[in-house]
Design a protein around this ligand. Structure first.
Ligand SMILES: [Zn+2]
Length: 210
């Protein structure tokens, strides 16, 4: 079980590094914000923070993965009280999970305690692909607790979480990248890129539908 989890976790982190590398490559040759100051130092600092984040959050993610499997095995939660088409259940699960994440994100801006950790993400003065995973690990622990609570109440498990992150990962990259997309694409609120946020110097939204 632990070996399987570590293999999955390794693959998942590799995927994140893959996304960062691809976006970073395009940002190098076709950046939206041409005057990006001290890019080398910025990259080393953000990647260093990400590596620290991986080390601390891996055991937390192991507990979370075990809990999602437990929910599936025990048929916990409101959605499991009814006979629902599996696809519909996953769609509902994704929406509920994102609502829970949105709630936590709002809370992290209002709670002085959580903000102490969450502000690490928002304190990046220039945004690019390396900002996407610039998080304090304690911020992630609060998010995981929220996600496990939401999953326990509503009763969605591994499939929903895997699909949620498969969608969330590229969206997160687009939200922070220093690339300019066509206007029609940027008008879809959750694709509001890091390039525009650089101009406003703030991260407006970090969740799928928030
Ligand atoms: Zn925030």
């Amino acid at each position: 079980m632990i070996r399987d989890f570590l293999f999955e976790e390794f693959n998942s982190n590799l995927k994140i590094f893959g996304y960062i590398s691809v976006f970073f490559f395009f940002e190098t040759f076709w950046p939206y914000l041409v005057k990006f100051e001290n890019r080398k130092r910025h990259t080393v600092r953000n990647i260093g923070l990400f590596l620290f984040y991986i080390v601390v959050t891996t055991p937390v993610n192991y507990v979370a993965a075990s809990w999602y499997n437990f929910i599936d095995a025990q048929h916990w939660g409101i959605l499991n009280l009814f006979t629902i088409n599996p696809t519909v259940k996953i769609i509902l699960g994704i929406m509920l999970m994102d609502c829970g994440d949105y709630f936590y994100h709002r809370l992290s801006h209002r709670s002085k305690l959580i903000w102490r950790f969450h502000k690490i993400h928002h304190s990046d003065s220039q945004m690019d692909s390396t900002t996407a995973y610039r998080f304090h690990p304690f911020d992630n622990i609060g998010l995981v607790i929220t996600e496990l609570t939401t999953a326990s109440i509503f009763g969605y498990g591994v499939d929903t979480v895997v699909i949620y992150f498969a969608i969330y990962l590229p969206v997160l990259m687009i939200q922070h990248t220093n690339l300019k997309f066509p206007n029609w694409f940027e008008k879809i609120s959750f694709f509001y890129s890091g390039a525009k946020k650089n101009l406003k110097n703030s991260c407006l939204s970090c969740k799928l539908f928030s």
